[in-house]
Design a protein around this ligand. Structure first.
Ligand code: SF4
Ligand code: SF4
Length: 474
């Protein structure tokens, strides 16, 4: 047998396989369950990689950083601990910047490449992909899954369904536990849950998350993207004709037609109407009908079609990321010439600058000083001038620390009330009344700036300063 004969037979056998798959395909109208085929290829691998970001977030509370829980949103003490960084309510402006950053990033990415967030990063997609992968492993390929769903109950059906739901429930419970772990001591929670000592609230939230995960990822799947997701409703306004999306190259693909004896028919385009792109689509879309609202930009149809093109010896990319302008033969505009992208990127840059400023200026301790107003000053019997101050010290760390306060700015000044080392309680603000005395001959003006400085005696690199004013008579 010659090589070309072998190849023709292989192609013919392959075309039989794919047309059998196509025969089982149904349009998703919401009434029936979509059983997508598991795709393989570079986009599928990339999706698993991006989905794993959620895994890092969910194991974060179980990691330790400097002996403390790496991620802890401590609501009772109103502190957020993220990998050694402690954020208190007064730093909440940073949270606003972080939200602004993510909102603008989402807008910019959508404007450039459509719903890649949905396809690659969204938790709904990540959990649904994991659930469907397990379903495929336990119940088999789509045709077998449909057959099993339609079959009467038997020992085999009970075994497969029970195993699938057991694993789904395990993942859902772990999801709930991981979520609660963000807000409490994760290791203690783990112990408390299995010894029945966790709070009713913890059990309640875990039950809620378990049910929510099962319903969203196991039952609703793509319907959640269609009907529940607000982002899906608004993303259309962020698109323009330069947005690149998974697109079927109709110039190259049409007129479509099936292979004859494993070969393309003369005069036909490259699309062999195998419907593999539809078979793998988690939302049941036929991308050949044009860009559609239901497309979550997961790119699985790109993988499926590329595999088909490879097998029939045609170039890959019949379905690829392309803009409407490109399909109309126009030259794509460079990113930096697209006004909406420029606006989004400008806001993102400002938000990042603000976040960097905030993070680099978030000290472990913070000192603030209020000057006593009534009276502004007193003249003492020895002729010196005295001012009163309320010194507030915020300890943002997770342990009590000894603090030394000093003042500078005027020659010969004396600080009273800070002779002893102060103990700043962890996560708390302490308030201390102090007096500054200055001999009157050292004063040259009614108002002289002075600087209070707090130093952590356990770690002298941790300091905080605050500029105040010293008042004197005219
Ligand atoms: S676009 Fe590609 S995967 Fe889809 S039917 Fe045509 S050849 Fe098959
Ligand atoms: S059309 Fe393609 S990119 Fe869009 S959801 Fe379906 S498989 Fe994913």
């Amino acid at each position: 047998m010659t090589d070309s004969a072998t190849s023709a037979e292989q192609q013919a056998a392959y075309s039989d396989d794919i047309y059998e798959d196509a025969a089982n395909w149904h349009v998703n109208t919401g009434e029936e369950k979509i059983h997508p085929k598991q795709a393989a290829g570079k986009w599928r691998k990339l999706k698993w990689l991006t989905h794993s970001i959620w895994l890092i977030l969910f194991i974060g509370p179980f990691l330790r950083w400097n002996g403390q829980q790496a991620i802890l949103f401590d609501i009772p003490d109103r502190q957020f601990h993220i990998f050694g960084l402690t954020i208190l309510p007064q730093d909440v402006w940073m949270l606003a910047l972080v939200l602004l950053f993510f909102a603008m990033l989402l807008a910019a990415v959508t404007s450039i490449a459509g719903r890649v967030y949905c396809g690659f990063f969204c938790f709904q997609t990540a959990w649904t992909d994991l659930f469907m992968w397990l379903e495929d492993k336990i119940e088999g390929v789509p045709a077998k899954r449909r057959k099993l769903d339609a079959a009467p109950w038997s020992a085999e059906k009970v075994r497969k369904k029970a195993l699938k739901y057991f694993l789904w429930v395990v993942i859902s419970v772990l999801t709930g536990i991981s979520f609660v772990s963000w807000f409490t001591d994760a290791r203690q929670l783990w112990h408390d849950i299995f010894t029945g000592q966790a709070s009713g609230t913890a059990y309640g939230i875990i039950a809620l998350f378990t049910a929510g995960t099962l319903v969203l990822a196991g039952k609703l799947r793509e319907q959640a993207c269609f009907w529940l997701c607000p982002y899906a409703r608004i993303q259309g306004v962020m698109y323009d004709k330069e947005t690149i999306l998974p697109t079927y190259d109709f110039h190259r693909g049409e007129p479509r037609g099936r292979l004859k004896k494993g070969k393309l028919v003369e005069g036909n385009g490259d699309c062999i109407d195998c419907k593999q792109c539809i078979a793998v689509c988690p939302t049941g879309i036929d991308i050949r009908m044009g860009q559609q609202e239901g497309c979550i930009t997961c790119s699985l149809c790109l993988d499926a079609c590329d595999a088909v093109m490879e097998k029939i010896g045609r170039p890959k990319g019949l379905i690829r990321y392309a803009s409407m302008d490109e399909m109309e033969g126009k030259k794509p505009l460079p990113l930096f010439k697209r006004p909406r992208v420029i606006i989004y990127l400008t806001i993102i840059t400002l938000a990042i600058a603000g976040i960097i400023y905030g993070v680099t200026h978030l000290g472990a301790i913070e000192v603030k000083v209020l000057h006593g107003r009534s009276p502004l000053f007193v003249q003492r019997s020895d002729g010196s001038i005295q001012n009163k101050y309320d010194v507030k010290i915020l300890n943002k760390t997770v342990k009590d620390i000894p603090i030394k306060i000093t003042v500078s700015g005027i020659d010969g000044l004396q600080l009273k009330g800070a002779e002893e080392t102060l103990l700043a309680k962890k996560g708390k603000t302490g308030s201390y009344i102090m007096f500054v005395n200055v001999p009157s001959e050292k004063l040259e003006s009614e108002r002289t700036p002075i600087v209070f400085k707090a130093v952590n005696l356990d770690d002298p690199t941790q300091t905080s300063s605050y500029e105040s004013m010293f008042f004197a008579p005219k």
